[in-house]
Design a binder for this molecule. Structure first.
Ligand code: DC
Length: 216
């Protein structure tokens, strides 16, 4: 196993931007684990499967091929879905789908395989606890819900994703609850993580804290 910097935290905290910048700085590979759950959600939508049809969703997650390329491109069964997995419809159903235990098992296997023998920055909800509990460096990135909704709303605007601030806020609030109350892989704070409240921080300041920890 290579070196692992594991970052967990709630939706909209800025884990994606942080992980990308940090990986670039260190020459590590950045792995966005949320993208794997989003691929399952996209396939569920495309196949017209009901969100309650757990066994069909598990089937999809068992047979799906996901590639996360080093430039951030996400391939689902060979097709570039980088933009499609950020849609409002995917965002609305991804959290309940990621609560299905067998789906999580399948995605955790995919995530571990992608990281195999590489130095990685991996971000998600259960990286420090389930995917790589023995990671050398563990962080929990947090921010107030208002700030997270504001950041995600601005990001969506830039990406052309059409959601009102209220929609973004309510989606984050629902996902917070769901992500923190999963049977397996729930977002949790532990004593082993270094807690960073980035409500009033720039990405550069976050990186400085992380590098200080790593160089301790
Ligand atoms: O980070 P994100 O918003 O792209 O993640 C999408 C959903 O996937 C999120 O609501 C919870 C789930 N997820 C998870 O359960 N475990 C992870 N390691 C990453 C994401």
């Amino acid at each position: 196993m290579g070196k692992v910097i594991a970052i967990d935290g709630p939706a909209g905290a800025g884990k994606g931007t942080l992980a990308k910048e940090l990986a670039k700085k260190l020459g590590y590979v950045n792995i966005d684990t949320g993208a794997t759950y989003r691929c399952v959600a996209l396939e569920v939508l495309r196949k017209g499967i009901s969100i309650d049809d757990t066994s069909k969703i598990i089937d999809i997650s068992s047979n799906i091929k996901i590639d996360l390329l080093e430039d951030g491109t996400v391939l689902l069964n060979g097709e570039d879905v980088t933009k499609d997995i950020r849609s409002k419809d995917v965002t609305n159903i991804v959290s309940p789908i990621s609560s299905i235990v067998k789906v999580r098992e399948n995605m955790v296997n995919i995530q571990r395989n992608i990281a195999l023998d590489k130095d990685v920055v991996m971000e998600g909800r259960d990286i420090t606890t389930v995917v790589f509990p023995n990671a050398q460096y563990k962080f929990y990135l947090d921010a107030s819900i208002d700030e997270r909704a504001r950041r995600r709303f601005e990001e969506n605007k830039e990406k052309g994703i059409n959601m009102t601030y209220e929609e973004v806020y309510n989606n984050i609030k629902d996902r917070d609850y769901n992500d923190m109350h999963k049977e397996v892989g729930a977002l949790t704070r532990t004593d082993e993580q270094v807690y960073i409240d980035c409500t009033n921080m720039t990405v550069e300041e976050e990186i400085e804290i992380i590098l200080k920890e790593i160089n301790k």
